[in-house]
Design a protein around this ligand. Sequence first.
Ligand code: SAH
Ligand code: SF4
Ligand code: F3S
Length: 470
Amino acid sequence: MKREEIVIPAEAIARQRDFQEKIKALFSARQAHPLACVETFGCQQNVADGQRIMGMLAACGFTFTEEAREADLVLLNTCAIREHAEQRVFGNLGILTHSKRENPEQIIVLCGCMAQEPRVAERVKQSYRLVDLVFGPQALWKFPELLWQVCETRKRVFSIDDEHGGIAEGLPVVRERGVKAWVSIMYGCNNFCSYCIVPYVRGRERSRDPAAVLAEVRELVEAGYRDITLLGQNVNSYGNDLDAGYHFPDLLRDIDQIPGDYWIRFMSSHPKDATPQLFDTMADCAHVAKQLHLPFQSGNNRVLGEMNRRYTREKYLELIHYARSRMPGLVLTSDVIIGFPGETRAEAMDTVSLVEEVGFDALFTFLYSPRPGTKAAAMPDPTPREEKQRWFDQLLEVQNAHSAAIHAGYVGKTLRVLADGESGDEAYPLSSRTEGNRLVRLKGDKSLIGQFLHVKITGSNTWALYGEPV
Ligand code: SAH
Ligand code: SF4
Ligand code: F3S
């Protein structure tokens, strides 16, 4: 598709502002101060979308509550990545039946990745009549218009056309106060890993203009954000659709020129598109955190082939080797799936051995979950769940022992961290992160939040370090 067809025209976005005003006027005519309860599931990209949704709701005059029962509007921003994520949402809808019974005027909205699945939309249409509005990630920018339709007609609205998806600039946003911020640099995914639903629900890959990304990061740094994460399903293919010879390393280098005291991170990277040039750029750029999330999914080449990942175990190890040679202290994390259809015990053990060989700082481990409509969901899957669970537990044991050992190695050292919030732990009330994104719980006062500090590490476990400012 041509770029003009992908970028949503400024006039179309401006029209949404009219709908925001209309909704605001509608509630103020009723002398009501409308409350919204927004719950987001899933990955950081969905969290970033949720912040745009909240921005649009704020522009419609809403303030926010965590209590669904007292809300005039309840919105579930959903995730479809595994069956469990979907079950949670249906569970929530069940609970909402009660609050809707008490308050029939309440507007219930289902959006996000699940909403884009025809199977889910049909189920909601038939069996969850309490839901007033359903729209997928591609329709996010026209939420005010859809909401207006619901307010005006009190009819149910479904906007789930299978659109390729556009790029909408200038949507309002309500960010979390504090020091961390998310910036989507691209949307969608073209990779069709055979187990994954994302390409079906998020449309084709499309990159934001570098100038728009740069302006947003600059604004965030100036507003005091210190830890900024660039988001995309595969940031390494950023720019491919721009046809301008401008790629992810170029973007990193340009962002790095923005003056200020801050870290830039990014996720996710796909090993098939990660290049030595990326690691050279990371090494060169002072603001780029020396931290890499590089999902490998499986340590076995046959399984990688069936997953349509388009790299091998050897290629992955080569990448890690080069990245570490350029950045000796690099903190490395990954995603892995156990129990892909047809995976044998020996193949799962290749994954365990890769984990042992690489020594990841942390690992996100998932049991394979079939997603209807994906290629893998149609593959024979004879291994019983209990057997897969055993492989999974074995992998966890290896990783947990390794994480605990790495963390123990930090005790006695002094590290630079960014205090980013409260931890909820009485003895160590502050939470902070190292450049490598390791969690450090700290003794100290809330007034330190937002500051870079030097801290002495006094204790550790599998998941965190403990320390005090020096
Ligand atoms: N675009 C990112 C991943 C997004 S989904 C990337 O390619 O790295 C996050 C993780 O969920 C994936 O890395 C994968 O490990 C896991 N995942 C995706 N689909 C899954 C499925 N059907 N079952 C289990 N885990 C899955
Ligand atoms: Fe899913 Fe693969 Fe795309 Fe990641 S790269 S979102 S795992 S299809
Ligand atoms: Fe889930 Fe959609 Fe993210 S499926 S993991 S919320 S892209």
